[in-house]
Design a protein around this ligand. Sequence first.
Ligand code: KG4
Ligand code: ZN
Length: 357
Amino acid sequence: MICLGIESSCDETALGLVQDGKLLDSILATQVELHALFGGVVPELASREHYRFIGRLYDTLLARNSLTGQDIDYIAVSRGPGLLGALLVGVAFAKGLAFASQKPLIGINHLHAHLLAVGLEEHIDFPALGVLVSGGHTHIYRMDNENSMLLLGKTLDDAAGEAFDKVAKILGLPYPGGKILDELAKLGTKEEKGKKLFPRPYLDNDNLDFSFSGLKTAASLYIAQHPKLIQQITNLSKQALTEHNTSSELCHMCAAFVSAIVDTLCIKTNRALERNKDIKTIILAGGVAANSQLRCAMHELATQNSVHLMVPSPALCTDNGAMVAYAGWLYAQQGLHNTLDFETIPRGKPIPQDYIQ
Ligand code: KG4
Ligand code: ZN
């Protein structure tokens, strides 16, 4: 059984093929360089780029696997959350394919696809704690099985990745800044205990939610007081970073900022584990899961709590078509699909569980 997955929720147009639970192939066109010119994703441009690429990617993916549209048994597409115009390109394309080929179609929750993706690489032992940290979301879920995801906590304002990107922008670093802050932080010295540059935000409460906007403000005030930290780096490469001869003050500040985010994520994850004693696995997913400090800290946390940490490989952490195809394949096993009139859901709105059997 072959499931096609289509992803267009933000700035990557991506398609994947999963056959009998295994990844067959995937393809992606990134728009990151285009949006970097504007310092962030421009929704209108993202939609146009998806529209420009999606048909070509589909043709290439099928041709290089010697398949035709009739060989696809099931079509899955990210239906939200995301940028509405961008999502609509993928959803309209998927609906057209499903209508023409008379194959079943399913709308996938993009966030659930991120969390399930690691199942392509390793068996997931449930119940699991899903920690999804991306440019748009910071969510903690309790996952009892592939389609039972209980949201335990989420960010009330900025997502962790967004905080990274915004602070990087203030520092004059290119978009997206998370990876660069990670590299600079590695060159910085670790903060001494009791001498923390930035607060660990929104911990003085009893919940599992996050709030990173205050931390972002603290960082921007610090940068305003230390204007020498501001760079003018437009090239993304690591080499460019080294050649730029970045100051130790900048690296120290980046290390402190990354630590503040990582500590906060770990403290709330630990709190979730304390309240869900039967958890066997932590799944760390989303673009920020690529952060080296976060991976180390989560690994330590998992070991201390005797749970297994699963982190997908980098290509499965960021937006991709394989994760959508895999989620679709899992639902296909249960005979689930949607009618052709299912809705596309923008960020901030709940996604209905309106599958039919
Ligand atoms: O999941 P993702 O590819 O896109 C969505 O937001 O759905 O996540 C992108 C985010 C960006 O904010 C980017 O700066 C961040 O992931 N990111 C990182 C690292 N690599 C990517 N943040 C911290 N450290 C990294 N190494
Ligand atoms: Zn995503």
